[in-house]
Design a protein. Sequence first.
Length: 312
Amino acid sequence: MPNRLALIFPGQGSQYLGMGRDLYQRYPEARALFDEADELLGLEISKLCFEGPAEELHDTINTQPAILAVSLATLQVLRARHYVKEVAFAAGHSLGEYSALVASGHISFADAVQLVRERGRLMKKAGENRPGGMVAVLGLEADVVDEACQQASEETGRIVQVANYNSPAQIVISGEQEGLEKAIESVVGKGARRVVPLAVSIASHCPLMESAAQGLHQAVASVAFQETRVPVVANVTAQPLRSTEEVREELVKQLVSPVQWLDSVHHMLNHGVATFVEIGPKDVLSKLIKRIDPGVERISVGDVAGVETWGT
């Protein structure tokens, strides 16, 4: 069997000040995509990536189109150099799913960058109306964390649930503060190795995002999605999206449902993927995949050094 390739794309948390700047300066393909993003959004998202200020870059309404732009500018560079040819699957973590949909041909970059800007606006508003937080739980099995969240929710009457099944030893939970505190107490008592509160004010992938999901339903209804031969493995089901209607449904459900990243990676591995190429800032997903399957090949490309390393 040939070496089957999967393209994977990071979500929020991967951003950093200066991301994409060397790509913009070196490659005309990257420059063109950043310029297009600036024009479509009516703001200098490129300057925000390159220079900040950091506080604005970390605001979800800006973070989402910024990461999308860096990821897809990198992909444009790789494609122009014919480094990306046959692709078996594409997948992205939360926001990264939009990058995967562009990479696979399901949606245009122009539609995606405006859609994630709206997604960020809706999520920010939902977070202001129904505040919450997110916590990474390390070293505890998923079913134990699930049980702890369910108990905490029942005892406090507050929302708390698993948001991301990232790897066998990393689960992220999301919800209201009182529910989170009770769940933390429970997982520590059950033997969690570490519990790490995330620097976010938005409780993603749980019912606190219901109003954002409703708004996004209207936004995606007006976007033209295309059929494609490259399957995108969905966050919600860990199965390939097979129709434009499934894509629309996925993007709405994704906001209030856990990201099944562990099962998504297993699906791709079980269907012959031997190399995962993470395209975008940092290498968060590559590190998760190393924990899922230490033997599979992982490549991270998000800057000029990454492009040149792959090209040698």
